[in-house]
Design a protein around this ligand. Sequence first.
Ligand code: SF4
Ligand code: SF4
Length: 66
Amino acid sequence: MSRQLLPDVDSRLCTLCGDCVDVCPTECLSIARDCEVVLVPQACINCAVCEAVCPATAITMRTQDW
Ligand code: SF4
Ligand code: SF4
């Protein structure tokens, strides 16, 4: 198990606009089945650009286990 600062997406706020997917420098975010944002944690470099760009403020960087 790893512990790391990662984006936490609040699905109640997310509008699936795709902005976070577009800006992520390591392409570790995607929209799955047109219904949720999915993260590949191994590829995340904790830059928080996704959190900054989200127009719905649906992303919060949190320390998470994976
Ligand atoms: S913190 Fe950076 S690397 Fe990680 S998902 Fe967000 S934009 Fe991508
Ligand atoms: S930028 Fe925010 S609202 Fe848009 S898909 Fe990502 S988490 Fe959802």
